[in-house]
Design a protein around this ligand. Structure first.
Ligand code: PLZ
Length: 446
C-alpha cells in the first residue's frame, strides 16, 4: 500500500480497519523477530507508516490516537511543518561535518536558544550530544571537573538512562539493569518526595533527603545532585511543593552542582518551558533531549558559563553530537513551540485531561492518585483504600486501550502508573475521544 503523508495534514481520526495488530503488522513483527535482537522490546506492535497531529497510522491502514508522543518526544507533533521544512533544507545543504572538525551555525544557534529558554537569566553555555543518557553522563563529567569531587547523588525511582554510568543512576532493576553490572561507583541514592506514599511536606521530605546525603556521603565529597523535577519512567511523581527549592538551596550553600534532568519534562510539556520553572528553581546545569528536536536524536547540557567552561578544551564532544540535521530539527521545534505558544496549549490539554481523570476516579477507586503538570499527567493504580500497587490492572487497561486504537504507556517502579503524554498538536476532539476509550477500558477491566 502507499503510505499517506504524515504531519498535520493526516486525517485526524481514530479509525480501525483490522484487529490490532493487523495482518501487515503481524507479518512485519515476524520479520522483527528474525532480524532484531529480542532485548529490544515493543509496547504496541503496529508498524508505523505515517504520523502527525494526534494520530499514528499503521501498515494496515489503522489510525490510532497517540497519547505517548514516542515517550515525550514529538511534543510539537510528528513531522511538524517547521521541523520538516528545516530538516529538508539542511539535508540538501550538508548532512555532517562533525562540529569538532569544521563547525556550523546550527549548533551555535541551538546553544543560544537553550540559553534563552532554560531557567535563570545568568550567562549560560551548552554542549550538544545524541541521547538523554549521554547528556546526563556529561553533566556528571562537568560537575566532577568543576568541583574536584567524585560523589553523585540521585533519588529513589529515578531514571537517567541505559549506559553504564546512567544505569547506576537509574533506580529500577528490571528491565534496565538486570544482569548488566558491575555498575559505576560513587553513586548514592536519597529518598524522594513522593506525596502519595510518604505524606511529607516538601520541606520535611527535603530535610530527610539532605540528612541522608549529609550523613552517608558528606557534602564535601559531593560533585552533584541529579534530579528529575517531575519523575519520568519512575512514575510521574511530582515532589511536594518546596522540595526542589530546599534541595537547590542546600546545594548552593554547599557548592554542590544542582542538575535538573529535564529530558522528559522539558520543552513546554508541563505547561512552562521547563518543570523547574513552576517553582522558580534555577538549576546550575540542565539536561535536555526528547522534545528538543521533534524526533531527531539530540540532547544537551546547558548551564552556568563558568561551570561549563571548567572542562579542558577537547574534553567534551563526540562524532555526532549536535549533528546539523538534528540541530535544524531543534530550531524547527523551537519555532513551533514559540509560534503556537505550546506551553499554553500544554496547560489547556492538562486541564482537559484532569477533568476526564477526575470523572474516572469518581467511578474507579483503583485510581489512588492523579498527578502531573500540563500535558504530563498520570494516574497511579492501587488496591482501593491502600497504596498496594495494582500493576495487573494497569497492564489490562493499557492492553484494552491498544486494542481500541489508543497508544498509551505505563510507567513507575511497580508498573502501576498509567501516563498520558499526548503531542501538543492533538485536537480537543481527539483527546476527548481518547479519554472515552480510556474510560471504557477501565469499565471493561473492572
Ligand atoms: N532522563 C528523565 O526520561 C529517557 C526511556 C525509555 P535517552 N526516558 C525514556 C527506555 O525504556 O529506554 C530519559 C528520561 C530521563 C534520561 C533519559 C534517557 O534518555 O535519550 O533514552 O538516553
Amino acid at each position: 500500500m502507499t503510505s499517506p503523508t504524515g504531519g498535520p495534514a493526516l486525517p485526524q481520526q481514530r479509525r480501525l480497519v483490522t484487529e490490532i495488530p493487523g495482518p501487515a503488522s503481524v507479518a512485519a513483527l515476524e520479520r522483527k523477530r528474525t532480524h532484531v535482537a529480542d532485548g529490544v522490546g515493543t509496547v504496541l506492535p503496529v508498524f508505523v507508516t505515517a504520523a502527525g497531529g494526534g494520530v499514528i497510522v499503521d501498515a494496515d491502514g489503522n489510525s490510532l490516537i497517540d497519547l505517548g508522543s514516542g515517550i515525550a518526544v514529538t511534543s510539537v507533533g510528528n513531522a511538524a511543518p517547521a521541523v520538516a521544512r528545516r530538516v529538508h533544507e539542511q539535508v540538501d545543504a550538508f548532512t555532517h561535518t562533525c562540529f569538532m572538525v569544521t563547525p556550523y551555525d546550527g549548533y551555535v544557534d541551538v546553544c543560544a536558544a537553550l540559553a534563552e529558554v532554560t531557567p535563570g537569566d545568568h550567562a549560560k553555555k551548552s554542549a550538544l550530544f545524541n541521547s538523554g543518557a549521554e547528556a546526563v553522563e556529561n553533566a556528571v563529567k562537568i560537575s566532577r571537573v568543576a568541583t574536584g569531587r567524585d560523589a553523585v547523588a540521585v533519588f529513589d525511582h529515578a531514571y537517567h538512562g541505559r549506559t553504564n554510568l546512567t544505569m547506576a543512576m537509574t533506580a529500577k532493576n528490571m528491565p534496565y539493569k538486570h544482569g548488566f553490572g558491575p555498575f559505576a561507583g560513587e553513586i548514592y541514592r536519597a529518598p524522594l518526595s513522593y506525596p502519595l506514599r510518604d505524606g511529607l511536606s516538601g520541606e520535611a521530605a527535603a530535610a530527610r533527603a539532605i540528612d541522608v546525603l549529609d550523613k552517608q556521603v558528606g557534602a564535601d565529597n559531593l560533585a552533584c545532585v541529579v534530579i528529575e523535577p517531575i519523575l519520568g519512567e519512575g512514575g510521574f511523581v511530582v515532589p511536594a511543593p518546596g522540595f526542589l527549592p530546599a534541595l537547590a538551596e542546600w546545594c548552593r550553600a554547599n557548592s554542590v552542582v544542582f542538575v535538573a534532568d529535564e529530558i522528559q519534562s522539558g520543552f513546554c510539556r508541563t505547561g512552562d518551558w521547563f518543570a523547574c520553572d513552576h517553582e522558580g528553581v534555577v538549576p546550575d546545569l540542565v539536561t535536555t533531549a526528547k522534545g528538543i528536536a521533534g524526533g531527531l536524536p539530540l540532547a544537551a547540557v546547558t548551564g552556568r558559563a563558568e561551570l561549563m567552561d571548567s572542562v579542558h578544551a577537547g574534553g567534551l564532544g563526540g562524532t555526532y553530537g549536535g549533528n546539523p540535521i538534528a540541530c535544524a530539527a531543534a530550531l524547527g521545534a523551537l519555532e513551533e513551540m514559540r509560534t503556537h505558544d505550546l506551553a499554553a496549549r500544554a496547560r489547556e490539554i492538562g486541564a482537559q485531561m484532569t477533568a476526564h481523570l477526575e470523572k474516572l476516579r469518581a467511578n474507579h477507586p483503583v485510581i489512588a492518585d492523579i498527578r502531573g503538570r500540563g500535558a504530563m499527567m498520570a494516574i497511579e493504580l492501587c488496591t482501593p483504600g491502600t497504596t498496594e500497587p495494582d500493576a495487573a490492572r494497569a497492564a489490562a487497561v493499557n492492553a484494552a486501550c491498544h486494542q481500541a486504537g489508543v497508544v498509551t504507556l505505563t510507567c513507575g517502579t511497580w508498573g502501576n502508573v498509567f501516563r498520558f503524554l499526548p503531542p501538543l498538536s492533538i485536537s480537543d476532539d481527539l483527546l476527548d475521544e481518547a479519554f472515552g476509550v480510556v474510560g471504557e477500558a477501565f469499565a471493561t477491566t473492572a
